[in-house]
Design a protein around this ligand. Structure first.
Ligand code: GTP
Length: 419
């Protein structure tokens, strides 16, 4: 029976090697079977200016028309004129393994005259997704939790050959603490090998100058030589210079390949000598998907701590410290109250703003009314003065009007009366 020790030091752990077969070495197989049965999930966000080949690359990565579904729902012409967030959910299957793929697209990023805040709606989405996960964790029934967190953000860099643009730096600086950043050089077939290599160096030095952390695949101590080489190659290729294509073309040697055909030759998407597409796919789905998810969890934990501290929750028990249900309830109550207080102050702020707007409108219409009143008063005064003048003219017998009226009256009298 485990009894928590009163001292803060953890109890010593004994190490033993067993001689006979017990069977727990079969544990990884059990996990494999369960994982295959449950399926996997990956949430990838794609960010980059319009036309850099985001949808083509996602379709190429998963070898399926993931983006047609979105085009049917939201044709490009109808899409909003601000940075929007669009979600695509697809279930794909390979050799009996199911993957629920969620693609979070960000149409409109970097497409405006002023792009200084383009990163903001994207950061908000990532944090809202963390928030949604956090509220699920606090539910009484948590059996069917949905992981809403973004596992990776593939950021498309324009193949300019110069260095990172301000929008790239701003975006990555704001987001690197919240999501695994995977920068890629878009449409790498528009540059030659030397240009790509120089561009990569510049990008890496920009990233280190601005202290931007991008996702790095972990290297494990027990990795064999082949895996080590693979990981090193992937790490060396970052930022990946990618080419996307949903079409198959005939290579000069007669092979049918996925690629882009030009008058001078064929760029093969899956050929490592032509581009880094394969390495990106390897990192995202073949080798490092779990590492991405694990690192997302670390980022989430950091965000969660910040969030709870900002809400006034200060408890943090060590592993061996017991937390009583009463304390937990109290903690949850504090959190709930802090949330309510925050909502209340937000509502009060909105109310105050609305009252202020109405007051300003009232003041404005009061001023307008007073001006109209003065105008009408002035017009009436003027009319009054004109009437007085007219009256005086009519009452004066020598005035031309009075003379002509007398003449008119005389002419209108019956003849005998006039005589
Ligand atoms: P939005 O949907 O507007 O955000 O654009 P997008 O970034 O999704 O770009 P999309 O995939 O629609 O590609 C735009 C154009 O670039 C299409 O004509 C593609 O065929 C082409 N394209 C895509 N990938 C590549 C590439 O790697 N190299 C070259 N040269 N062209 C590409």
């Amino acid at each position: 029976v485990y009894e928590p020790s009163s001292s803060s030091a953890p109890p010593p752990v004994l190490r033993r090697k067993i001689t006979g077969h017990v069977g727990f070495s079969n544990l990884p197989n059990q996990i494999r079977r369960k994982s295959v049965k449950d399926g996997f999930q990956l949430t990838v966000m794609v960010v980059g200016e319009s036309g850099l080949g985001k949808s083509t690359l996602v379709n190429t990565l998963f070898n399926s028309a993931i983006y047609t579904a979105r085009e049917v729902l939201h044709p490009a012409a109808e899409r909003p004129k601000t940075v929007a967030i669009e979600n695509i959910h697809v279930d794909i299957e390979e050799n009996g393994v199911r993957l629920r793929l969620n693609v979070v697209d960000t149409p409109g990023f970097g497409d405006f005259v002023n792009n200084t805040q383009s990163w903001k709606p994207i950061l908000e989405t990532i944090e809202q997704r963390f928030d949604a996960y956090l509220s699920q964790e606090h539910r009484v029934r948590r059996a069917k939790m949905v992981d809403t967190r973004v596992d990776a953000c593939v950021y498309f860099i324009q193949p300019t050959g110069h260095s990172l643009k301000q929008i790239d730096i701003d975006f990555m600086r704001q987001l690197h603490d919240r999501v695994n950043l995977i920068p890629v050089i878009a449409k790498a077939d528009t540059m030659n090998d030397d240009e790509i290599s120089d561009f990569k160096d510049r990008i890496l030095s920009d990233l280190s100058f601005h202290n931007i952390r991008i996702f790095e695949a972990p290297i494990y101590d027990d990795d064999d030589e082949e895996s080590l080489m693979e990981c090193t190659e992937i790490a060396r290729a970052i930022p990946f210079a990618v080419v996307g294509s949903e079409r198959v073309v005939r290579a000069p040697d007669g092979r049918i390949v996925r690629g882009r055909a030009y008058p001078w030759g064929v760029v093969e998407v899956d050929n490592p000598a032509h581009c880094d597409f394969g390495k990106l796919r390897q990192m995202l789905v073949q080798t490092n998907m779990e590492a991405l998810r694990a690192h997302t969890n670390e980022l989430y934990e950091r965000w969660r701590t910040e969030r709870l501290l900002s809400m006034g929750v200060v408890q943090d028990a060590s592993v061996f410290e017991e937390i009583s249900p009463a304390e937990r309830l109290q903690e949850e109550r504090v959190m709930h109250e802090a949330k309510l207080a925050k909502m209340k102050s937000a509502m009060q702020e909105v109310f105050r703003e609305k009252v202020e707007i109405q007051e300003n409108k009232l003041k404005q219409s009061e001023v307008e009314l007073y001006a109209r009143h003065l105008e009408m008063k002035e017009a009436l005064k003027k009319q009054w003065r004109q009437l007085i003048e007219r009256k005086e003219q009519l009452e004066n017998p020598s005035s031309p009007d009075a003379v002509s009226i007398f003449a008119l009256v005389r002419n209108c009298r019956p003849k005998h009366e006039a005589a």
